[in-house]
Write a new protein. Sequence first.
Length: 41
Amino acid sequence: MVWRWRRMELQDLARRGRWSTGRVLVDEQRVHQQVEALEEK
């Protein structure tokens, strides 16, 4: 699944400190919304 890979990528970027914490949190929320939308279908 693309979203699962994307989530792992975001976590990896966060670990490396390339992104600001705020940006990662915003993207994490977006990922969770996509996951919820997929589960509803």
